[in-house]
Design a protein around this ligand. Structure first.
Ligand SMILES: [Zn+2]
Length: 1030
């Protein structure tokens, strides 16, 4: 399929989509607390759509006034009335669901919680559930469950299996953790789900059917997409803005079908139950009125009243009542108290049929089965909802937008491990195993290849990445020692994965495989940088040059042909680079390594080489290639150092340009003033926090900026500015006291030359209660609309609303955001997640240093700041033919160019160094892909599965925006046959499966013969295959 026909297909998709989405109207009506009703509803088409049972969160935001009135006993709600006889015909059917919320790290580390609490909870669970078959329990975190499983004997394991088989114990969601849904990337979200599901399949032979997410700080439809793809049909969520909850409760829409914004079919629908009250803890779960906590017969009628009130918030008489809290059910006595008292209550209800209630302990599946039975029996349909639940507020103006940025150092380290895991282990390791088996011909591995050892490292890294997706880990909301524990796990995993990468690459590059010899103490290949500690940035190791050439190994971990700039630190400024295969010289640029802002290091220089020709002409995607660096005749360094306007560029703004882009920077600050055709400026800002005693201030979770708002960053002395120009790149670096900011243009012909690279090195350790933000001011007329991504999977429209406080207008940005008008789109792609807002100009929060706790249980501020790097690409694109959309449609995608730019940014090329060439065996490039994958298809993973010789192949076909054609056209194909994707390796069998590769989801034998074609993949969808590689 050519690009034009792909575009036509997308246009048809959009037209179908447009029929389901209405344009936005100003909020002309609202709920009246006097008349207890909505006024002027008929004039708003959104309301009609709402009445038809389809609505979007964006429209709900239009409707709400966010006035936070006191609701009486149920503070954030309203008074609920009911008639005594309402349940006479159909009795209330109540499921009390015991649960214990176990954070894999928060105030204590994962291991400490396990030793002090979790193992006792699970041990007691085994005894107490076995005592009475009517007792039930749900469990969510497989990280804890699997650790406990390793500790118990065979007899206890059999007891667990019996309880699971009898439906007394249900494993819900089945993820390694209950992940954060704001900062986590969809690769890691899916990987932790797969790790949990694979564990459950292997040890208990079960697959989860219901999701349970009661503590993540806001909810994303990307997570629901993954759950649905993994075979779940129901889910429970809890932390949603209190005003939204109240609205849903009033409309009886707390149960809905959650649909993907981009999906015009019900394919992605999942039944979602939103808890109505403030928290999932014991005081807030029995009913709307918190003081009722006693569970005994005398108060049965009081409790019944609460249950009946709660039931009025839902469309069916089936009621879910959770019973539990953080680390509850530790003591044996607590189990007895809860289970015995509630059983007495249930028995009392049973003996009094005139109360019309049937109550019992239940699991989530028990509840949802009863719900669906009841809905089907009465022909009741649930409304359909699109959108997400950010930004969460639990009370007043306490918006949880601080955690989008808290501990940015670790948010970036998370993505470094993610990228390392994807390429270093999963993909290259899987290909190495397959290639070795093919080489030997007997299905076995080469004798001294440490396959098992590597698989152990792989599993550990997967689990550490999974653990870090927990809603107190990647969020930056754990105590300092717990953060160090997470950081150490991420750091060790990266080091371990590097070993796997080195030995896999060693095998794949050897021309004569019989020369393969593994020596752990003397790895054949070395990485070109060193990570010295969990809280330190990687440092490049200088390459010692002599007359003999030094071979480099460059690995492009993406499935697309790419042109990129590689940098290597060398010990002398005199060097040149040649292409190993042809001996052709490569364009190179030498620049200084800066020890301090104005002092170049005397013994190391940085050489940057333009890989363009190699990648463009001779290399394929996902490959390892081999350039060499030589010592050569002296060359000159080309840079300009200035403190204040002096020298040749004193009077004019500093300017950078390449074939596609020209920018101008202030000669005083070096910051971007204009460029990229439209006006774009960079500014830096400070936010403080609220002043006054006894006032809530910003902390790890909350962003509560001071009344003065953002203050423009200013410094008493002008920054030092460095300008470099050369054949490979040109850049401007401004060194301020709290950050070093670099703007860089690459002189490349391909799409890598189209964007402006922005990087920051931030250090706010000297500050008190301050947050540093970067602002992009542009003249793109986007009104109050912008778009930010959800988990790197999809884009969500955002609106800056004046009726909301400043902190409510910040949203999570995992990897991308853009704003647009009819002629241009400005996209910002990022390599880390953080908070973003479009308060007319766009803003990104870079780091936060906050001295106090924000009263959400953590008990400390955020003061462990580090020197932190952040990296972006800014892309300006024309929109074709003055596209109609000016912020109307709520479904938008990144452009193809933005997708490719983001892919390159998140998966930088990896450089390894071979020993000096005299001892070098003959190497050859390794190019596993016969051609690049289609432009819109992403090889998400090639994951070695534990059993047999199977591999999970995960492909994601991205949705992209058609209104800007990529210029220049990327070098990728539009159709490919999976059969010979990894030639000469062949797929012996390909079988479609669910997203977590559970055997039950494998397509039947009969469908197996149909080889999957990529053209059969739907836009936006992730497809999973179980494959055997020969
Ligand atoms: Zn939690």
């Amino acid at each position: 399929m050519g690009y034009e026909s792909i575009l036509m297909e997308r246009e048809r998709e959009r037209e179908r989509e447009a029929q389901c989405i209405v344009g936005d109207l100003p909020a002309v009506w609202a709920y009246s607390s006097i008349t207890k009703g909505w006024f002027k509803p008929e004039s708003n088409p959104n309301y009609k759509l709402y009445q038809r049972g389809k609505f979007e969160l964006l429209h709900v935001y239009d409707l709400l006034t966010f006035d936070n009135p006191d609701g009486g006993a149920w503070k954030q709600g309203f008074e609920i009335r009911y008639q005594e006889n309402e349940w006479d015909e159909t009795p209330l059917e109540l499921f009390l669901v015991p649960h214990s919320h176990n954070d894999p790290g928060w105030l204590k580390t994962f291991n400490s919680y396990y030793q002090d609490q979790t193992k006792h909870i699970l041990n007691n669970m085994l005894i107490k559930l076995s005592e009475d078959h009517r007792r039930k329990m749900i469990w969510a975190e497989i990280s804890y469950f699997s650790k406990w499983w390793n500790d118990i004997d065979e007899q206890k394991r059999e007891m667990v299996k019996r309880l699971v088989g009898a439906g007394q114990l249900e494993l819900v969601t089945g993820g390694w953790v209950m992940p954060d849904e704001a900062n986590s990337h969809y690769f890691a979200l899916l990987d932790q789900l797969m790790e949990g599901h694979q564990w459950l399949q292997k040890h208990l032979g079960v697959r989860p059917s219901s999701g349970w997410a009661v503590d993540p700080f806001g909810h994303s439809p990307s997570m629901t997409y993954l759950l649905k793809g993994a075979g779940l049909n129901n889910m429970v969520i809890q932390r949603v803005h209190y005003a939204v909850k109240k609205h849903f409760a009033r409309q009886q829409t707390l149960e809905f079908l959650w649909r993907q914004s981009w999906d015009s079919s019900p394919r992605s629908d999942i039944t979602c139950h939103m808890m109505p009250f403030y928290s999932y803890d014991v005081p807030h779960t029995c009913g709307p009125n918190p003081p009722i906590t006693e569970q005994n017969v005398r108060e049965a009628l009081l409790l019944l009243d609460q249950y009946r009130q709660k039931s009025r918030l839902f469309r069916s008489p089936v009621l879910l009542v959770p019973l539990g809290d953080d680390f509850r059910f530790t003591e044996s006595s607590e189990w007895d108290a809860q289970f015995r008292n509630y059983q007495k209550l249930f028995d009392y209800f049973e003996q009094h049929p005139e109360l019309h209630i049937k109550a019992r302990f239940g699991t989530l599946s028990d509840y949802f089965e009863a719900l669906h039975r009841r809905l089907n029996a009465t022909g009741t349909t649930l409304p359909t909802l699109r959108g997400d639940f950010f930004t969460y507020a639990d009370r007043d103006d306490h918006y949880w937008s601080g955690f989008f940025t808290s501990r940015p150092f670790y948010k970036r380290l998370d993505r470094a491990l993610e990228s390392t895991l994807r390429y270093g282990h999963e993909i290259l390791f899987s290909l190495t195993l397959a290639d070795m088996r093919r080489f030997r011909g007997d299905g076995r591995l080469v004798a001294d290849f440490p396959g098992h050892e590597h698989f152990r490292r792989l599993t550990e890294a997967r689990r550490n990445l999974a653990l870090f997706q927990h809603h107190d880990a990647v969020t930056g909301t754990a105590r300092d020692p717990v953060v160090v524990d997470y950081g150490t796990r991420l750091f060790h995993s990266i080091l371990n994965l590097r070993q796997v990468l080195q030995s896999s690459a060693h095998w794949l590059l050897l021309l004569d495989k019989s020369q393969y010899h593994h020596d752990q103490s003397k790895p054949f290949l070395q990485m070109d940088d060193v990570m010295s500690a969990q809280d330190a940035l990687p440092q490049k190791t200088p390459l010692v040059l002599s007359d003999a050439p030094r071979s480099l190994i460059i690995f492009n971990p993406t499935e697309q042909l790419r042109t990129s700039v590689i940098s290597v630190v060398i010990d002398s400024p005199d060097a040149r680079v040649i292409e190993a295969e042809t001996g052709r010289p490569m364009t190179a640029q030498i620049s200084a390594v800066w020890a301090e802002p104005s002092r170049a290091s005397a013994d190391s220089f940085q050489v940057r080489t333009d890989q363009e020709l190699i990648y463009f002409m001779s290399s394929f995607s996902l490959c390892l290639i081999l350039p060499c660096v030589f010592s050569s005749s002296p060359s000159s360094l080309n840079f300009l150092l200035c403190h204040s306007p002096q020298g040749p560029e004193a009077d004019a703004p500093l300017s950078l340009s390449n074939k596609h882009v020209q920018i101008w920077s202030s000669q005083e600050t070096g910051l971007l003033q204009s460029g990229l055709v439209r006006q774009v400026q960079v500014q830096f800002l400070w936010y403080g926090t609220r002043s006054g005693v006894n006032r809530d201030k910003s902390g790890a979770y909350l962003f509560l900026p001071g009344e003065e708002g953002a203050q423009l960053y200013s410094s008493s002395e002008p920054p030092l500015i460095r300008v470099s120009r050369g054949p490979v790149f040109s850049d401007i670096t401004s060194c301020f006291r709290h950050f070093t900011h670099t703007l860089r243009l690459l002189h490349l012909d391909g799409h890598a030359g189209r964007s402006l690279e922005i990087s920051n090195m931030v250090d706010i350790r000297s500050e008190v209660n301050r947050e540093l933000a970067m602002r992009l001011v542009s003249n793109v007329a986007n009104g109050n609309r912008f778009y930010s991504d959800l988990n790197g999977f999809q884009m969500q429209q955002r609106r800056t609303l004046e009726k909301l406080p400043l902190q409510a207008n910040f949203y999570p940005m995992t990897s991308a955001s853009f704003l647009q008008d009819s002629s241009s789109r400005l996209s910002l792609l990022s390599a880390q997640s953080q908070a973003v807002a479009s308060l007319r100009p766009g803003e990104l929060v870079l780091d936060r240093r906050l001295q106090q706790d924000d009263n959400r249980g953590l008990g400390q501020g955020v003061t462990d700041n580090k020197l932190t790097a952040s990296l972006y690409h800014l892309l300006l694109e024309d929109r074709r033919g003055g596209a109609q959309e000016v912020g109307g449609a709520s479904v938008e995608h990144l452009s193809l160019l933005a997708h490719l730019t983001s892919l390159s940014l998140c998966h930088p090329p990896i450089t390894m160094v071979a020993p000096s060439d005299s001892q070098l065996p003959k190497l050859r490039p390794f190019r596993p892909l016969r051609s690049s994958l289609p432009c819109d298809v992403h090889l998400l993973n090639l994951r070695t599965l534990e059993d047999a010789q199977e591999v999970a192949l995960l492909l994601h076909r991205k949705g992209f925006d058609c209104s800007s054609a990529p210029e220049p056209m990327p070098q990728c194909t539009w159709s490919v046959n999976l059969d010979d994707l990894f030639s000469p390796l062949q797929f012996r069998s390909v079988r479609r499966s669910g997203l977590t590769l559970l055997r039950e989801h494998d397509e039947p034998e009969s469908a197996r013969q149909q080889q999957p074609r990529i053209t059969r993949l739907r836009p936006m969808e992730i497809s999973a295959y179980r494959v055997e590689i020969d």
